[in-house]
Design a protein around this ligand. Structure first.
Ligand code: BG6
Length: 465
């Protein structure tokens, strides 16, 4: 498979929010690391010029991580700007000229999904798609049908291995570590199955609302925004079988096998919630039934996981910002000593943010005459201060043509297949109070598996402590 490095970086949506928050900081970091030395062409239809875009990049860096004088000077030099409508052939003619001798441009579609098709067609008609790669932002489609249609359109102009579907969770250091910890050690695999594991749950809690993205969010909701992509990717890393090697296809083949084993969801496997006050957010319909919280119970039909329930819950305006996995092990077959007071005796806990925790929950004896115990956790804990930002990692990989951290067409479609039957209003939405753990109906979903684990987050220590 050709893995020639890209020789021009083109980003559509150059004046937008994603460029401001993620792309400029990632580009500066790549330059600092010596990984980016090629024309950087921003495209938008904002009536801007290059100086305005440079200023925007500077503002973005001041707000997100700081300006590195030398790297920014280089970024400014590499930057070009094309102003034009995405439906206008002239925009792409200008791009063709701007690309000059570049043989392998990388086109990043940092634009709303409704614009993907006209842009891809424009790239193809002007010859800008030749030898090129394309990065597509999430959400990839709205359901199975639209994801298939989008894949079909992309495949008309790009080969699958030149399409990079971004999911920034895969670029996160602790998410990478989950995969590493599972398969770089021999201790988990022998017990990672239905004989030893009782259930798994993932919580992605956010203690804020839609942060000015009401219009976008109200067309999407929690299931499409974070479950279909971020949460399903974490679930795949937790439950997939060992890949044959670390190549992109070996990894994604195993994920695909896992997604294929997942049963299509039924309404009784899902609880949807909406925080009180959501309908008053700017851009949100006054009668919106879109969920800001979702809890799901998932079943996989494999020898490894038959009968083991997997739970996901994700929500906004919950008590903390934290993403955490809890794997409950089956209890010993017989209570030789005292009975545990609170359910599962053993567990693994993987915290993915804001800090990184891997812990093993166990019972140890309380000192004294009686054979009585109490629960403890053996904890490996780290604060991530220096981790590479996900967008830097992912854009760097796309420039190098490495798709291991990007999602493949078949995996995306399988994930939609599982969720398709419960999208929209098939499941009622319950209101919950801001700062609570979501609608109480979600408790019933997991009651038989020991209930939800509500992560507790301490304030981060001061830098230098
Ligand atoms: C984005 C979602 O993909 O992920 C947001 O659109 C969500 O709604 C965000 O807040 C969470 O990402 P992170 O990296 O802050 O956990």
């Amino acid at each position: 498979m050709p893995t020639a490095k890209s020789d021009a970086f083109v980003f559509f949506g150059a004046t937008g929010d994603l460029a401001y928050k993620q792309i400029f900081p990632a580009l500066q970091a790549l330059i600092k690391d010596g990984r980016l030395d090629m024309p950087v062409i921003g495209i938008a239809r904002s009536g801007w010029n290059l100086d305005k875009l440079r200023k925007r990049a500077h503002d973005s860096l001041e707000e997100h991580g700081g300006v590195d004088k030398a790297a920014f000077a280089k970024l400014s030099k590499l930057m070009r700007y094309i102003d034009g409508d995405y439906g206008d052939a002239q925009t792409y003619d200008k791009l063709r000229t701007g690309l000059g001798d570049a043989q392998h441009p990388l086109h990043y579609l940092a634009i709303p999904p409704s614009m993907f098709v006209p842009v891809v067609k424009g790239l193809a008609a002007s010859g800008c798609s030749q030898g090129a790669r394309v990065i597509v932002e999430k959400p990839f489609g709205r359901d199975l049908k639209s994801a298939r249609a989008l894949n079909r359109t992309l495949h008309r102009f790009f080969r699958e291995h030149d399409i990079f579907r971004i999911d920034h969770y895969l670029g996160k250091e602790p998410v990478q570590n989950l995969l590493y910890f599972r398969f770089a050690n021999s201790l988990l695999e022998p017990i990672w199955n239905r004989d030893h594991i009782a259930s798994m749950q993932i919580t992605m809690a956010e203690n804020f609302g839609v942060q000015g993205r009401g219009k976008f969010y109200d067309e999407v909701g929690a299931i499409r925004d974070v479950v279909q992509n971020h949460m399903f990717q974490v679930l795949a890393l937790l439950a997939m079988s060992p890949p044959a090697n670390r190549s992109a296809d070996a990894m994604r083949d195993e994920k695909l096998r896992l997604f294929r084993s997942m049963r299509e969801l039924k309404p009784e496997d899902v609880v949807r919630g909406q925080f009180d006050g959501y309908r008053k957010e700017e851009g949100v319909s006054k009668r919106s039934t879109v969920e800001t919280y979702a809890a799901l119970r998932i079943h996989m039909d494999t020898w490894r996981w038959a009968g083991v329930p997997f739970f996901i819950r994700a929500g906004k305006q919950l008590p903390v910002k934290c993403t955490e996995v809890l794997v409950r092990l089956k209890n010993p077959p017989q209570e030789v000593f005292d009975a545990p007071t609170n359910g599962a005796v053993n567990h693994f806990r993987f915290r993915l943010s804001p800090d990184v925790i891997i812990s093993l929950g166990a019972r140890v004896k309380v000192p004294g005459e009686a054979m009585k115990g109490h629960p403890v956790e053996l904890v490996a804990h780290r604060h991530v201060r220096t981790a590479m930002a996900p967008y830097e990692r992912l854009l760097g990989d796309a420039i190098d043509g490495d798709s291991v951290l990007f999602t493949r067409d078949d995996c995306v479609e399988e994930a939609w297949r599982v969720l398709d039957p419960i999208l929209g209003d098939k499941v009622p939405v319950h209101t919950y109070k801001v700062g609570t753990w979501g609608p109480k109906q979600a408790d019933a979903l997991i009651a038989d598996a020991g209930g939800w684990n509500d992560p507790k987050v301490d304030a981060p220590p001061k830098v230098g402590s």
